[in-house]
Design a protein around this ligand. Structure first.
Ligand SMILES: [Zn+2]
Length: 304
């Protein structure tokens, strides 16, 4: 059984607080480990979450404000220290490449990790593999910022009723899957006769931005949407000025995009708690709302 879950490493915008580390989000998606926006302290948060650095396969940065990237030096050095052999693909806005180069060479260490740089210059796919397609889209913040989404292609799954009807069980199911068809009592049965369409799962990651078309494109029918909700209604003017979302705006995106599970995060330290983030979001979105807390594990919702 493959694992698809989000491990929250940090949830604070701008500066960490007593309860919230700088940003950091690890998406475990089958054999992949996508680390999004590692802020300061991410290396230790991984330790507290019980996740080894060797589980990382990609690092995806939305932009180069410190709360989204100051964890890169620790992560890169840890990959080297632990002797992680597999390549780790790094995606980030091309305009910030000099920042990335500085971060990954921030101090002296025995640099042997295989970190491969993939600067992003425009909207579109940035990586493809067995996991599906990872896409980026430019957001609307005070500096160049890209959001991401991961899309698993639609597939097919076995449906129990026709399998039973044709008497296909056990090892025969595997043979049918491999060969594409199987002969039972002189009749050839194709995969299409015993399977049904299976919608691919979708994950979206939207950080610092004003509302814009790209936010909606990224969030479209996401099973799990992680989205910043820095401010509350009474500070909507600050959100607009500094290029952020309110909890209400984030929830509107989730509602319009038919998101299944909404994860709110990147909270301003001006708020003592996040109850009103939930309340204001719930007025717009009647689906599953999760207020992200450090070290929480949030499942990608099961296929419907
Ligand atoms: Zn931020």
């Amino acid at each position: 059984m493959s694992v698809r879950e989000l491990i929250v490493l940090g949830t604070a915008s701008q500066v960490p607080s007593r309860r919230r580390n700088h940003n950091g989000y690890l998406l475990r998606w089958d054999g992949e480990g996508l680390l999004f926006d590692p802020g300061e302290g991410t290396q230790r948060q991984l330790l507290l979450a019980g996740v080894p650095a060797s589980s990382l396969t990609m690092v995806c940065l939305t932009h180069f404000h410190g709360d989204h990237c100051l964890g890169v030096p620790g992560i890169v050095q840890r990959l080297s220290l632990d002797g992680v052999r597999h390549p780790v693909q790094a995606h980030f806005p091309a305009s910030g490449r000099e920042f990335f180069v500085r971060l990954r060479h921030a101090s002296a260490f025995h640099d042997r990790a295989d970190v491969r740089e993939h600067p992003i210059t425009s909207d579109g796919p940035v990586a493809t593999g067995e996991f599906g397609v990872l896409e980026a889209r430019r957001l609307d913040h005070s500096i160049d910022t890209f959001g991401y989404r991961l899309i698993e292609p639609d597939g097919r799954r076995f449906s129990p009723e026709p399998l039973r009807r044709f008497g296909i069980t056990g090892a025969a199911v595997g043979r049918l899957q491999q060969a594409g068809s199987i002969e039972i009592d002189g009749r050839t049965i194709s995969l299409a006769e015993v399977t049904e369409p299976r919608r691919g799962q979708r994950f979206a990651f939207v950080m610092d931005t004003r509302p814009c078309d790209a936010v909606y494109a990224l969030a479209d029918r996401a099973d799990l949407l992680v989205i910043e909700s820095t401010f509350l209604d009474e500070h909507a003017d600050l959100a607009a000025r500094y290029g952020h979302l309110t909890a209400r705006q984030a929830a509107r995106v989730a509602a319009e995009c038919r998101v299944r599970r909404l994860v709110l995060t990147h909270f301003s330290q001006r708020y003592a708690d996040t109850q009103r983030h939930r309340d204001q979001a719930a007025e717009e979105f009647d689906g599953d709302i999760v207020i992200a807390e450090d070290l929480a594990r949030i499942a990608v919702p099961a296929r419907s």
